[in-house]
Design a protein around this ligand. Structure first.
Ligand SMILES: [Zn+2]
Length: 170
């Protein structure tokens, strides 16, 4: 029984009618709080409250948007773009975020779940090549080969010069 609006509908329990109301509440997501003004229906006679699926979704969405902006968390699209720019699959990427279940990471990329600040920092850390390689080595995840700028890599030269070494006696 999912109705998008209950405004004016009968509350069978008491014979009263539901009216649209708004309330400002503190919602918590992933350990972070947001003040959200949300809609619901209240029976004018007995004060029974009802929330439609649409109202719940809308409230959760505004809480997510508020918290993401407040804590400067990566948007779902940005997470996906980072992963793809590294050439990693979802399971590989999840391994590099200390073995976060891939379903959770998928939820982050789709905006279904909101990463907390710690997870956000871990994701951002992967943009740094050194951090990426370190975590990949620890997790045993093979990284796609990247082409290095050859000019900036110093050539490895043997320590002893050719003329200075004493003749070897095999
Ligand atoms: Zn009622």
């Amino acid at each position: 029984m999912s109705l998008s609006t209950l405004d004016g509908t009968l509350h069978r329990g008491c014979g009263g009618r539901y009216a649209l109301q708004t309330e400002t509440v503190t919602m918590r997501l992933s350990g972070m709080a947001a003040e959200v003004t949300r809609e619901f229906f209240r029976c004018e006679k007995c004060a029974h409250e009802q929330r439609t699926i649409e109202q719940r979704d809308a409230a959760e969405k505004s809480a997510t948007e508020y918290i993401r902006a407040e804590h400067n968390l990566l948007a779902p699209k940005a997470i996906r773009q980072l992963r793809e720019s590294l050439g990693l699959t979802l399971p590989q990427f999840a391994e590099l975020i200390y073995g976060t279940p891939k379903g959770i990471v998928d939820g982050w990329e789709k905006g279904k779940y909101l990463q907390n600040r710690e997870a956000d920092a871990l994701i951002r850390g992967l943009a740094d090549r050194e951090t990426l390689e370190l975590r990949a080595a620890k997790a045993g995840v093979p990284l796609p080969v990247v082409e290095m700028a050859a000019a900036s890599v110093p050539a490895v030269v043997p320590a002893a010069g050719a003329g200075a070494a004493p003749p070897a006696h095999p």
